[in-house]
Design a protein around this ligand. Sequence first.
Ligand SMILES: Nc1ncnc2c1ncn2[C@@H]1O[C@H](COP(=O)(O)OP(=O)(O)O)[C@@H](O)[C@H]1O
Ligand SMILES: [Mg+2]
Length: 353
Amino acid sequence: MMEKTFKCPDCKETISFSGKSGERKTVYCPYCRSKGIITFSKKGPKRDYAIQVSNLKKVYGDLVAVDGISFHVNKGEIFAFLGPNGAGKTTTVEMIESIRQKTTGTIKILGADIKTHFNNVKDNIGILPQEFHSFDLLTVRETLDYFAKIYKKHADIDTIIDAMDLRSHEKQLYKNLSGGLKQRVGVAMSLVNNPDIVFLDEPTTGLDPKARREVWMVIADLKKKGKTVFLTTHYMEEAEFLADRICILHKGKIIAEGSLEHLIEHYGNKSILNIKNCKTAGAIELLHEQGYHARSRGNGNIAISIEHKERVLEILSYLRHECIDYESIDIRRSNLEEVFLTLTGAKLSEDEA
Ligand SMILES: Nc1ncnc2c1ncn2[C@@H]1O[C@H](COP(=O)(O)OP(=O)(O)O)[C@@H](O)[C@H]1O
Ligand SMILES: [Mg+2]
């Protein structure tokens, strides 16, 4: 038997009925006697997650680096673990990878508790560690062949080279590669055992925007190939661009979790009006007096959160009325930076250790 609770559409009282899974039955509201038909949902199969973490904690001496966090990663999704430097991302991901010992908590990979069954799942995971290095004097091809030999099961190296767009670099020595290419080789290395789940810890740190985009494309392709990607990053744009779901970590705690749309809907502002290079002293104070939620972004730039589109015209006419001088304005949708600011009062980028 299962229970279904809802509000009576007529008298608005909250009422509960019990029934069997899949059952459809006629019911009467006990308060107003209005009649209705309800269906008890069919119980779906138990969800099996790629990764399931419960009450995970890591203490280093006096520091609680990971503070009792719980979350799951669905199979086949790109899951972004987003947070500023020092938030506890690498500690968490390395506990999941069994590289670091947890203090307490449970970690399951593909349903298996890694404390007792890590051997059952280790061949299903691929790892790109933070700040990884490979052998300077091996070529790209030799590097991948070398790492493939470590595993019993391995993927076809030519397929990986093509997928990572490394064909024209396969004979180059690792030491002579650009930062972006080194990272692509790193992602390629994490794939040599043809894993179902790939862990990428800060895969684009230190890369220029073009190289970063190229690595993003490679990561997006992993999802298309059916892999689950656990992406650790402190770049909100990276999480925004790639992730199906985002988990925001701050000082060892999860402060929000969900799709980009969910996070913006719940914690962001609908839109931001940016005033660029405002030259009028005291403009922010004037805007505050009018009840606008205005913040300085430095260099005379001001951001105003807007709940309704109608407010844009109102603000523009106010700026003109008060002779507030500025270079330009633009309006954009709220982003993860705003979400982080709302949740922590700090900027994601400023909060870096
Ligand atoms: N081996 C360690 N011993 C002591 N403290 C550590 C160790 N590794 C990380 N920390 C500390 O734990 C916190 C979280 O670090 P880390 O997991 O590397 O964060 P992130 O990857 O989010 O930058 C930081 O304050 C860091 O200094
Ligand atoms: Mg880290």
